[in-house]
Ligand binder design. Structure first.
Ligand code: MG
Length: 384
């Protein structure tokens, strides 16, 4: 008798399990275990929305060729089953994109053909196929989709990827080309940071004034970004030797991205690592740079977002190249997305949100100069 009861119980339980397997979406199981609120009435259509936004810069920003006071941004949202993922396209002029071109691209994106936000590879391959360039617009979709999928799973991306948040580097604080007085002021502003990134590349007198002014205030480690400003390889090598005596630890894009042979000559002789920024946009660029640069600066707006950035990191490591994670002037949305990858980087330059006065998100934090990642799901942001 006891045997029959046991058998009947077993049959009943087996029936229930089958029913459960048939009706429970794995996404809902993840959502429940992470205590995420699931709305009862919801749509399982992937819906993309966008909104233009102007990020106001706290200080006018000058690099080798121009000055600006705002950065155009387009904010994105992808919704599915009651969840919302946030994304962003940030467009410094040299990317060749603007708010109308991004919105025009986003109009072409039809996510209704995909039945699940977890088809990240298919969705982003489709988005990439819609146009040749538009990398920032593509990143706006990529970031929102990652945020959405992470929120449904209930975990942040650094954890989904298996990265160790303890290995995230210090972030640098950027000081642009400016007058002695402003540079001194900005150096004092940079005091909470352990690394200062200095924009050079105008002329010898200005470049040395910048460094001497900073060194009159602090001994903090410096990273150099010449933004392709040095024209001659011998001059560039002399400058690097001069900088090497002043607690500088790397040189980003010393010469034009088109001067690959000259840069290879320079990198071979440079006492400091030489990193590609303008020369390195997407995954396909990485292997061509091996031998000419010691490493690459990955930015989500250049490389179409988190998916490709992750692939670029893997390839760079396989080629024994160093990795830096950089940014544009962005809100904390795109900065927090990039920060998910920071544990795998040697250097991080994720200060774009600190340079704007009207941030819309709260996310990744800098604690004692170091990028600090939290357990918040997705890209880890909350709307302010
Ligand atoms: Mg750069």
């Amino acid at each position: 008798m006891a045997k029959i009861t046991t058998r009947r119980n077993f049959i009943n339980s087996a029936g229930l399990l089958t029913a459960a397997a048939a009706f429970i979406n794995p996404a809902d199981i993840f959502a429940r275990s992470a205590k995420t609120v699931v709305k009862k009435v919801s749509s399982k259509n992937l819906t993309l929305k966008w909104l233009p936004f102007d990020a106001q810069l706290t200080h006018p920003f000058t690099i080798a060729n121009f000055t600006r006071t705002t950065t155009p941004i387009v904010l994105t949202e992808i919704t599915w089953d009651g969840y919302t993922g946030y994304g962003e396209a940030a467009m410094p002029p040299y990317l060749g994109e603007n708010q109308p071109s991004v919105m025009e691209f986003l109009k072409k994106v039809d996510l209704s053909q995909f039945d699940s936000p977890f088809r990240i590879q298919d969705i982003l391959a489709y988005v990439d196929s819609l146009a040749i360039n538009n990398t920032a617009a593509k990143a706006a979709v990529d970031i929102a989709l990652h945020d959405l999928a992470g929120k449904i799973i209930g975990q942040p991306w650094w954890k989904i990827w298996g990265f160790n948040p303890e290995t995230a580097p210090d972030t640098s604080f950027t000081i642009g080309l400016d007058t002695e007085e402003v540079v001194r002021l900005k150096t004092k502003e940079a005091s909470p940071y352990n690394v200062i990134k200095v924009k050079l590349g105008r002329d010898e007198a200005t470049d040395k004034m910048m460094i001497n002014t900073i060194r009159s205030v602090t001994d903090t480690m410096i990273c150099i970004d010449a933004n392709q400003g040095w024209k001659d390889k011998h001059y560039a090598l002399d400058m690097i030797h001069w900088l090497n005596e002043r607690n500088v630890n790397m040189i980003e894009q010393p010469m034009s991205k088109y001067q690959l042979d000259e840069t290879a000559w320079l990198s071979e002789r440079s006492p400091l690592p030489v990193i590609a920024d303008e020369a390195c946009q997407r995954l396909t660029d990485v292997q061509h740079l091996k031998g000419a640069y010691h490493g690459i600066n990955i930015k989500l707006m250049k490389c179409t977002g988190m998916r490709e950035a992750r692939e670029m990191i893997s390839l760079a490591k396989a080629l024994h190249m160093k990795v830096m994670i950089g940014c544009m002037t962005e809100t904390s949305c795109a900065i927090s997305a990039a920060a998910q990858l920071a544990p795998e980087a040697e250097w991080a330059d994720l200060d774009g949100n600190l340079l704007i006065s009207n941030d819309l998100f709260e996310g990744m934090k800098i604690v004692n100069g170091k990028i600090t990642l939290f357990d918040k799901p997705g890209i880890g942001v909350t709307k302010i």
